[in-house]
Ligand binder design. Structure first.
Ligand SMILES: Nc1ncnc2c1ncn2[C@@H]1O[C@H](COP(=O)(O)OP(=O)(O)OP(=O)(O)O)[C@@H](O)[C@H]1O
Ligand SMILES: [Mg+2]
Length: 151
């Protein structure tokens, strides 16, 4: 696969814009694994991906829910949208039974699955995945995204 790509993201709008851009290449069955510390912008990026896929419903930080399914709507260009399942694996803390019970492999038959805190936990669910790492500097809004397809 191609080398990792990198982009500096000065503001949250830039992060959402990258998400919209990445979404243009995503199809049902694609797994996206988001990596990076608290507040790095994983949910912000997911919001952009959701907008690019054209899903329904607001993307929020799933603090009390582990996975939220968003129905397909319409992509920004008017073409049919793709459903998205947004998972926050933070509270799973590597609990593989609980991960199993989410049935993400079933979701991957028809949806894009985006997993925050999924690195090292969900990669086995698909033949390949898009890994996006978000890096943040202390006391700055600037984030850097590094992404590549793995597998
Ligand atoms: N360049 C940027 N990209 C993304 N978010 C930014 C940026 N600059 C500032 N922010 C702010 O940083 C915060 C990022 O929060 P977000 O919930 O997306 O992070 P997260 O990685 O999902 O955190 P968590 O690990 O708690 O789920 C938001 O308040 C957002 O407005
Ligand atoms: Mg988050």
């Amino acid at each position: 696969m191609a080398d990792p790509r990198t982009r500096v993201l000065p503001s949250v709008d830039d992060t959402e814009a990258l998400g919209r851009e990445l979404a243009q290449t995503l199809r049902p069955g694609d797994l996206v694994v988001l990596d990076g510390p608290l507040g790095a912008g994983k949910t912000a990026l997911t919001r952009g991906i959701a907008a690019g896929l054209g899903v329904q419903g607001r993307v929020s930080s799933p603090t009390f829910i582990i996975a939220r399914a968003h129905r397909a709507g319409q992509r920004p260009d008017g073409s049919p949208g793709v459903p998205m399942v947004h998972v926050d694996a933070y509270r799973l803390a590597g609990d593989l039974d609980e991960l199993d019970s989410l049935d993400l492999d079933t979701d991957l038959n028809h949806a894009v699955v985006v997993v925050e805190w999924g690195k090292g936990v969900v990669e086995h669910l698909a033949d390949r995945h898009l890994r996006v790492q978000l890096v943040r500097e202390p006391e700055s809004d600037v984030r850097t995204a590094i992404w590549e397809w793995i597998g």
